[in-house]
Design a protein around this ligand. Structure first.
Ligand code: AMP
Ligand code: GLY
Length: 428
């Protein structure tokens, strides 16, 4: 089989490495990929949202299966276009991808089907939204969300009325996120622990993966700006069997049934971000894809071949697959460029990596540390930074502490100019 993985981050590197375990795959392409992915797959250099180039390439090269990993191509209808050419895909079609690409759609879905989530109102008009946030009965903080995709930046937590008015102005009047801000959701602020559940679903059956916990803030102590994610541990220690049972009954199954009833069954990886509140688990949001960096911590624990599960999802036969997980713990530490998530420099030489992109350190090698590349390019036998999140160093162990210690030992053998990382992953 020839498989194409669309995307260019650490998540895609984790997917490529997991797929490589299948003997049925003869060739893996990645579009556009990155320096590290290029050590495991053949990179082809067109953009992840270029539907025409992607479908032409897949047809001309005889690609049998495509994994569409990032949100933007899913929302743009990449799966629909490839399937029209007869190419099988992993990922939801455009209609089902609305569960991420439109917060108005997902909030209304949850309300209609009684799935627990924060109370909310939708607005398509800045004046009405501004009147609403001035209501004396409203409690702050309030959460203001652009309806559409906004590179993870479309959520503003307003501590008071002025901040709420500014957020409405930024999103709706100044159109900071373009058409993504034509509609907004204003919702109740939830408190509790945030947990990520990634789940395979073929639209009828849903099989949650091992739980995980992302660390979204840039700095230690959960301080600083929100990022795409600075580190992950799996499983998430607060996600007990009891919580899992409640989620299955009140959230997971109702969600896939709701999507079916709306005529857009969801096939692929459904990402459910949960807040464990004192009133029980509630959905913060859905994503239509694997999380990044959640995938980098979760997929190494998967013992069943990823390709077999993905094909079962595509074929609507997920119920027939027995998915096995290691009972180890996994920890992933993100190495970022100084300044990320704002401005940062690129082009710095990375030390501590071999020509295959993995650690050269003998302790790391002996302990099976994996370095997933997020923002790198390879020149000669060396790697250079190209992005804000650069490398994702992942280790597993029989306890969370062992996994974390192993990952941090490996991290300390890698360096580039301006590199920073959180030193407290797994402590929150
Ligand atoms: P999202 O892009 O929806 O994942 O939101 C980004 C982050 O904002 C989440 O990871 C949460 O930490 C926070 N957030 C979003 N919605 C809420 C909410 N209703 N209450 C509290 N925090 C929220
Ligand atoms: N780690 C957050 C995300 O993938 O959206």
């Amino acid at each position: 089989m020839k498989v194409l993985v669309i995307g260019s981050g650490g998540r895609e590197h984790a997917i490529v490495k997991a797929l490589k375990k299948s003997s049925r795959i003869k060739k893996i392409y990645a579009a556009p990929g990155n320096g590290g992915i290029g050590c495991d797959a053949q990179c082809v250099s067109f953009s992840a949202v270029n539907i025409a180039s992607m479908t032409d390439f897949a047809v001309e090269t005889g690609v049998n299966y495509v994994v569409v990993a990032p949100d933007a191509p899913l929302a743009a209808g990449m799966v629909d276009a490839l399937e029209r050419k007869g190419i099988r895909c992993f990922g939801p079609d455009k209609k089902a991808a609305r569960i991420e690409s439109s917060k108005v759609f997902s909030k209304n879905l949850m309300k209609k089907y009684g799935i627990p989530t924060a109370l909310y109102e939708v607005f398509n008009n800045a004046e009405k939204a501004s009147e609403y946030v001035k209501l004396a009965s409203l409690k702050y903080p309030l959460v203001i969300k652009a309806d559409g995709l906004a590179l993870g930046k479309g959520v503003i937590i307003a501590e008071n009325r002025d901040e709420a008015l500014n957020a409405i102005k930024l999103i709706m009047t100044e159109k900071k996120f373009g058409d993504s801000g034509l509609n907004i959701v204003i919702e109740e602020y939830l408190t509790g622990s945030e947990i990520t559940i990634l789940a395979f679903t073929d639209g009828k059956t849903i099989k949650p993966m091992i739980s995980s916990m992302d660390h979204k803030r840039a700095f230690d102590g959960n301080k600083g700006p929100n990022t795409g994610g600075m580190g992950v541990v799996a499983p998430a220690f607060r996600y007990t069997k009891n919580v899992a049972d409640i989620c299955e009954r009140t959230i997971f199954i109702p969600t896939i049934q709701a999507m079916q009833k709306e005529g857009c069954p969801f096939k692929g990886c459904l990402y459910i971000q949960l807040m464990l509140t004192t009133d029980g688990p509630k959905v913060i949001e859905y994503n239509s894809r694997f999380g990044d960096p959640e995938a980098q911590a979760v997929l190494p624990l998967l013992e069943t071949e990823l390709l077999d599960i993905m094909e079962a999802v595509t074929d609507g036969k997920l119920d027939s697959v027995d998915i096995k997980w290691s009972n180890a713990y996994s920890a992933c530490v993100v190495l970022a460029s100084g300044g990320y998530p704002s401005e940062y420099k690129t082009g710095a030489a990375i030390t501590g990596l071999g020509e295959n992109g993995m650690c050269i350190d003998s302790f790391a090698l002996k302990n099976g540390v994996i370095v997933y590349h997020a923002g790198t390019e390879k020149r000669g036998n060396s790697f250079y930074t190209t992005g804000g999140r650069v490398l994702n160093v992942t280790a597993s162990g029989q306890t969370l502490n062992i996994a974390l210690e192993t990952a941090y030992n490996a991290v300390r053998t890698i360096n580039f100019d301006g590199m920073y990382y959180r030193k407290d992953i797994g402590k929150y």
